[in-house]
Design a protein around this ligand. Structure first.
Ligand code: GLC
Length: 437
């Protein structure tokens, strides 16, 4: 008997004439509902999650809306993280260690690259971007995204530590901006004695990553170094490095910096400077925009960091960019987000709105940006000579060691010499252990 005759017989039964229609409707429903679900699901946008430190996550909101409108198949979702880079790094680290991380993209500080890449948490981006395209970006920032010859992070915005100073007070008191550490102290004390200001110099002394970033600038100024990334030699207990730690401690002992500086991060020092509480401040370039909108507008300027007569101006190379989590289900969509953020227009907008420094070279002489940030063309040279924090896979631990001992030295718990000796010893054994592994 063929299928055709079977069907004919079934259709002619009394049962079918009575119940047949509802059976057919039932079968159609059973087949079509899952199909419908698949169709609806495939039309729903794919969510791309990224964790961003607090202040910047709010500043990125406008771009998220714009991006989502331009890409109906993607829903970019920025999750607000804590404010400090170390804390954001800890959140990413525990998510990746636990596995099944919720993050598709990683918004990365430049110092995370070696650790995250070595751990296998990031996708190699080399196939997504041509060398010609990469050549449009600052070399230091591209290098900061490389690990063992592969690219793991696309640079979005760069950073370099600078010295802010009050032009009005210096002019009134007859001083040129300082070039050396001694001049900085001398001018501070004189302005304090003449009651221009309560405090001379503000810097980041809290025990966190900002302390290490600030300290590499003082080290460079004293012609000293932290870790040589090629030889893994440690320089923290050399006389010049001890002198660098002593300089910081002395700013407090001499009353040039407030004792509270040992608990300040970037935000606290920025607010004090903007409130007119100090003559000098070490901070990142974004403070220029914020201070221009404050009560000290038109009364300050920025310049490269001070140094000893033998040392160089040290600007710590900072900056942020995007990597793709190696376990994301949607790497191509995540790349579209990176393309969007690193394009010229968005970098320019981010600079105009929030004062961040772009990573595309041609934006450094963009007329709109230069009109607003006169220092920008000169910053290019500063960035070309910026000092790296050691780009090694054990960076987070090395920085932690330095922060602990330097913090003890600047708060006066131990002498700068003892602190730097201890920091050097611990750093050497950290690097030895990893060599043996
Ligand atoms: C800035 C820099 C970053 C650095 C951090 C320290 O965000 O861009 O590289 O690690 O400050 O607080």
């Amino acid at each position: 008997m063929t299928l055709k005759t079977d069907l004919k017989q079934l259709l002619s039964t009394r049962w079918f004439r009575k119940k047949g229609k509802s059976v057919i409707s039932f079968v159609i429903a059973m087949v079509s509902i899952p199909l419908l679900i698949v169709v609806v699901q495939s039309q729903q946008p794919v969510t791309i999650n990224v964790l961003v430190w607090a202040l910047e996550s709010a500043q990125m909101e406008d771009y998220v809306e714009d991006f989502n409108q331009q890409h109906p198949d993607i829903e970019l979702n920025i999750i607000e993280g804590p404010n400090e880079t170390d804390q954001v790094e800890d959140l990413y680290t525990s998510a990746f260690l636990l596995g099944d991380s919720p993050y598709d993209l990683v918004y990365m500080d430049i110092i995370w690259t070696p650790k995250f890449a070595a751990a296998g948490w990031l996708k190699d981006l080399s196939d997504y971007v041509s060398q010609q395209e990469l050549d449009q970006f600052l070399e230091g920032d591209v290098q900061g995204g490389m690990y063992q010859g592969n690219l793991y992070r696309m640079p979005f915005r760069t950073d370099a530590g600078m010295l802010y100073y009050r032009t009005d007070w210096l002019e009134q008191a007859g001083y040129e901006p300082p070039d050396t550490f001694s001049e900085l102290i001398e001018i501070s004390q004189s302005l304090q004695e003449q009651d221009y200001t309560d405090w001379g110099y503000l810097w980041q002394g809290k025990q966190y990553e900002g302390l290490s970033a600030m300290f590499v600038e003082i080290l460079e100024g004293f012609d000293a170094f932290w870790v040589d990334p090629e030889t893994l030699e440690v320089g923290l207990d050399e006389p010049n490095a001890i002198a660098a730690a002593r300089f910081l401690r002395n700013t407090i002992v001499q009353g040039v910096s407030p004792p509270g500086v040992t608990t300040y991060e970037e935000g606290a020092t920025r607010r004090m400077f903007q409130n007119g509480e100090a003559a000098f401040l070490r901070n990142w370039p974004y403070v220029y925009k914020s201070a221009s909108d404050s009560e000290i507008a038109g009364k300050f300027d920025i310049k490269p960091m001070v140094h000893t007569p033998q040392g160089n101006s040290g600007a710590c190379q900072g900056g942020w960019g995007f990597g793709i989590a190696s376990d994301t289900q949607h790497p191509d969509k995540a790349w579209q987000v990176i393309e969007y953020f690193t394009q010229r227009d968005i970098q320019k907008e981010h600079a105009l709105q929030h004062g961040y420094v772009p990573t595309r070279k041609d934006l450094f002489d963009d007329p709109d940006l230069v009109e607003k940030y006169e220092y920008l063309p000169d910053l290019l040279e500063v960035l070309e000579n910026a000092v790296l924090r050691p780009p090694i896979a054990q960076y987070a631990q090395a920085s932690d060691i330095l922060q602990r001992h330097l913090s003890a030295a600047i708060s006066g718990t131990v002498t700068p010499e003892k602190a730097m000796n201890r920091a050097a010893r611990e750093t050497r054994s950290l690097l030895e252990r990893s060599k043996n592994n």
